[in-house]
Design a protein. Sequence first.
Length: 567
Amino acid sequence: MSLENAKSNFIWDAIEQDLKEGFAERVHTRFPPEPNGYLHIGHCKAMMADFVTAERFNGLCNLRFDDTNPAKEEAEYVDGIMDDIRWLGFDWNGGLYFASDYYEQCYEYAVDFIKRGLAYVDELSQEEMREYRGTLTEPGRNSPHRDRPVEESLELFKQMREGKFEEGSYVLRAKIDMASPNINMRDPVMYRILYLEHHRTGNDWCIYPMYDFSHPLGDAIEGITHSLCSLEYEDHRPLYDWVVENAGFREPHKDKFGYTTYGPRQIEFARLNLTQTVMSKRHLRRLVEEGYVSGWDDPRMPTLIAMRRRGYTKEAIRDFIDRVGLAKADSVVDFGLLEFCVRNDLGSKAPRVMAVLNPLKVVFSNWEEGKTDELVQENHPDHPEFGTRTVTMGHTIYIEQEDFMEDPPRKFFRLKPGGEVRLKGAYIIKCEDVVKNEDGSIDHLVCSVDLDSRSGSEGANRRVKGTLHWVNAETALPFEGRLYEPLLAAEDDIDDDTDKKDFISRLNPNSLKVVHGLMEPSLKDSQVGDTFQFLRNGYFCKDQDSTDEMPVFNLVVNLKDSYRPGN
């Protein structure tokens, strides 16, 4: 969907046709998040649909916060959402708006609807309203208050605004058709009473419009021509059109920019579903509030603020959304595709360094105590402009525990008793002895160094099958590594007795593993947000929890690629 990789899609085809037929003179979209949480990867699809579509047609895109539910909305989320949008490289060239900007206008439209017999004040309880609504196979029944006199509804609605009734005692309902096969058209609620402070309007209001009433009015008032939304709103489209039409916006009129429009047209596309990923904002809020994660920015979360902290790049996320594309039918995307895009982007950007996650000490039997060798290492094999750095090697080093096995299987090309490997950018070493603790665990290895095999020397041409990363014990710095897996366990790993309706029961117990490793000293001056490839381990990003004494690095993505384009 990015213009540099522009491919036509059914939405752009529909807009082309609308412009050709004069439905609108120019394209004006909007991105309408609710400020009740942080944006997640699923919102990126909608965001790019809105912003890139406007860019594609040289139009405008508004940012409008649909803040009609003060129970869950906070200014913190407003600021966070704007930061996320800017981070992804978008700007609301059509302006910044809030649904609360139109509270007075919505109220006036509601009054007009009552006067024209299109709305009435009802006093059925929620339970009674559900009973009267009917089912998918049975029509609903009219409320006993449906034919209440217009003047009575007007007075009750006025008193609702003045705060004279308790919450739940009255609502304003649209008068449409209780026998409609579409339940959304069976006299939906337009206004309810809520005695809650709003993050922008304070206590000015105690009645708030429902989303299905305020949203189409907001679109129409702002001159939006194409309201792009996820497929779950397809059944709400008749109600959207009913509100727009009865508010008078279907007649040709000039928007505030002087362009002729026939009001907004709603077009739905499939939402983004990712394997092993929680994609419901309600569920994400539960994870935060019940302490399953450390916050909205926990690197395991699919929120953009968390992905940024983990080390995902905006280029990788936009590439991912491009590859997913816009479609009408729902589908589930493999989480591996997102990892592929992140890995693909970082491969050319991240400098290479050495860090050991689970250290195993190696002592050299034929290396003089106190002797230090300086070795030049490339920072990136494909980018000489990244330069080089110098690492030192001394009498003792550390390698990964998993890089040594006492009784290895065939084709194990790492270190084993009597076996040889090359240390990255250094020497070939041979395991001569395994020194153990009293409990039988390995304390350290004793190895000999082929002193003629130094990288860059004539003897460096001698070949061995394995190459290991390492750090010098004398100069290595401790760090905390946070290793991540998807929040949800794979379907194959779920017990048959698990309640699959409750996503909490599917949480992956291995979604976070903390290790304490050692890294080369070149990382000492790295900054929060800097990303590196830890050779043979994966891409790691320095975390905000880092201190001078204990830097923290998040696993962004490992090096193993289980996804193949075209799968």
